[in-house]
Design a binder for this molecule. Sequence first.
Ligand code: PHE
Ligand code: FE
Length: 297
Amino acid sequence: DYERLPEMPDGVYTAPLRRPAHLAQDWLEPAQRRYTGDENAIWDELYHRQMEVLPGRACTAFLEGTERLDLGRGGVPDFERLSAELGALTGWSVVPVPMLIPDHVFFWHLANRRFPAGNFIRTRDTFDYIQEPDVFHDVFGHVPMLTDPVYADYMQAYGRAGWKAMRHNRLKALGALYWYTVEFGLVKEGDALRAYGAGILSGPREAVFAIEGQSPNRVMLNVDRVVRTDYVIDDLQPTYFVIESFDDLFRQTVGRDFDRLYQALGPGFTYANTAVIDVDDVLHHGTLEYHLRGGRG
Ligand code: PHE
Ligand code: FE
């Protein structure tokens, strides 16, 4: 029964996030924000800027998803309508949350096929980069992928897995998997590589860097390796991990019990995010010139 919000497991450390007084345990906003004309225009500009660079760089499932959900119809999408359309395809819905929500609440929504999306949009001052995920990152970056049935099942399973990782005190390890798949994953399409990670798809520069750049490493995804890999959240990635297909991703994660992996993991991370290690199946050994120059810019 995933519908009930589970109790927090004992002994699990979670960062203290203060819940706004008007919200219940589920952290859901009572309604979607009504966006102003200028805020809707910001969505449209962000949408069109991404659509200039994504053909040939975003995976087919993503590009088809944006069309099936008609994310370019103008303005911030209405969550009710979006949820009805997405629900008919894969049973997922999109629900508004005020800000980053605690891990256990996030996992619980995913396990119930609800994607929590920010109830605000960035301003023109933070047009290119904001630390907190807004409705553009959440809806444009993540939601189109949820039209793919295998990916949709992966995300639900990830929610259940998160709960288990908390009990094992291995949330950082599972978080690294999220980072290198859901946020920054690449997928093979024939001989080409394409992005399916929301952090790549919703940002202005990373699609070109991730797909064509000489700087980053591109390595085939290996779960045992990835869960031991550090990650940085505020700059382009030095290393991207590549899956053969969404079935491949599903087999490697949902199709495997992580219990022994969690037990085998020591505390902390083993590999730097710039490292290429001996077990890696390397598609491109990056020059790392971007990061050697100091990054950010
Ligand atoms: N099957 C895994 C477990 O036993 C975890 C997992 C599922 C991880 C889906 C990621 C996505 O915990
Ligand atoms: Fe995200």
